[in-house]
Design a protein around this ligand. Structure first.
Ligand code: F0G
Length: 419
């Protein structure tokens, strides 16, 4: 099957070839979208194709609707993440069936690997000599790894003091040049965006539409794991809004091409201290907000999300909702997910906290089937664990403090009796 793929500017409508290297529309700076011609197969045939193709990569298994013409693929491999049922977490969220799609189990510990395998494959295809991103941490870790695999030099630009330690460590270790900027994420993104225009470095933020083609496979793989039965809700944490946008596109294409027969509703969850998209949703998307962001969930500490326009389309088309949850609710949700033996970073727990909030508000019904996406691994942000369990005074209800003891059997016996 050969599908004709092109890029189209969502703002001015101009079309570009799929190997045009501009990360934004060169005419009006609008966001680009990748458009594939409808596959020549029916929905049933497509499902059969994907189901009959065990693939090392959970991204490239769906190549026909990700990047049909790609060759010389740069893959770790990535994807093939589990969809977990954990009754303890469902009960806490007050939903009968809450499933967890654990994207933290990707090779660099976040969903970013799904977009990066496509983005770096495309970077090589257009002859990029260097790649760059601004990041709250995970994109940088992933870019550094994939650039390492491809043998491309990489610049990772981070806001000083606002990135979790595991993520910075990864970017350094994988060999990227890490630039620490005395400002916030939104300013870092403006800076690399400008560098891509002025200095020719290939931009691999989720502004780049090829990243989103890869991130679509979170939804495709989840649908496949559910036997192509759409859930009622997909709940996702929202920062720069790349995932919200990618999920919307994946769902619309999946329905258009007969993979599913009805759309799930999307719920995008922000932290209250960094919730410009939730504010716009409350205004019926009549106005774009931007804020000075402050949340303990550093991955989504973003005040002016780049994929705003695309995410509005995703929420509208899926009859979706956007809401915000307090940092305390995020921390409690994280403690629940962690203690269920699953584990995730704070931003990911926002999805579970959001599911509970929407269930309590009656937006999600208790009998709805809900999938929450855990976007990043527990070990990305070990400091968040220590802060909650060890350092917060008074200890939060779910705090699990380590206990220092003398090297005596009696002390072990005492603690055993208290379990
Ligand atoms: N969860 C995690 C763990 C993230 O790292 C991010 C984004 C999000 C959720 C939000 O996704 O931006 O698509 O709405 N991290 C980016 C980064 C910004 O630089 O790693 P989004």
């Amino acid at each position: 099957m050969t599908a004709a793929t092109r890029q189209r500017c969502a703002s001015c409508g101009k079309e570009f070839s799929e190997t045009d290297p501009h990360p934004r529309c060169p005419s009006c700076r609008g966001l680009l979208a990748i458009e594939h011609a409808a596959p020549a197969l029916t929905g049933r045939e497509l499902r059969g194709l994907f189901d009959g193709r065990p693939h090392r990569s959970g991204v490239w298994r769906f190549q026909e609707i990700v990047l049909p013409t790609a060759q010389d693929i740069i893959s770790y491999p990535e994807g093939n993440t589990p969809l977990l049922a954990r009754p303890i977490v469902s009960r806490w969220a007050e939903v009968d069936e809450l499933l967890l799609k654990h994207e933290g189990l990707n090779p660099t510990g976040s969903f970013k690997d799904r977009g990066m395998t496509v983005g770096v494959t495309q970077a090589r295809r257009v002859g990029a000599t260097a790649v760059a991103c601004a990041t709250t941490g995970n994109t940088g870790a992933s870019l550094a790894a994939y650039a390492g695999i491809a043998g491309l030099p990489a610049l990772v630009v981070i806001p000083k003091g606002q990135v979790a330690v595991g993520k910075v460590a990864q970017a350094i270790a994988y060999g990227a040049r890490v630039l620490v900027v005395r400002s916030n994420f939104d300013r870092c993104l403006e800076l690399v965006d400008e560098a891509s225009r002025e200095l020719g470095v290939y931009l691999l933020n989720s502004v780049n539409p090829f990243r989103l083609e890869g991130q679509k496979t979170i939804v495709l793989e989840m649908l496949q794991q559910l036997g192509w039965e759409a859930p009622d809700w997909i709940v996702v944490p929202a920062g720069n809004l790349g995932n919200t946008a990618a999920f919307g596109r994946a769902l619309i294409e999946a329905r258009e091409w007969g993979l599913i027969d009805r759309l799930p509703r999307l719920a995008a969850i922000q932290a209250t201290g960094a919730a410009p998209f939730a504010a716009s949703f409350r205004d019926g998307f009549t106005r774009r907000h931007s804020v000075e962001p402050h949340t303990i969930a550093t991955a989504i500490n973003i005040g002016n999300p780049a994929s705003y326009d695309r995410a509005v389309v995703a929420i509208r088309e899926t009859d979706g909702v956007v809401t915000a949850v307090e940092d305390n609710a995020i921390l409690e949700a994280k403690a629940v997910v962690d203690a269920a033996g699953v584990g995730c970073e704070p931003a990911s727990a926002a999805a579970v906290a959001g599911a509970r909030q929407l269930a309590r508000e009656g937006v999600i019904r208790p009998t709805d089937r809900v999938v929450a996406v855990l976007t990043g691994h527990l070990l990305k942000d070990p400091a968040a664990v220590t802060r909650y369990h060890v350092e917060t005074e008074p200890p939060p209800p779910r705090a699990n403090r380590p206990i220092e003891i003398e090297p005596l059997m009696s002390e072990i016996e005492r603690e055993l009796s208290r379990l």
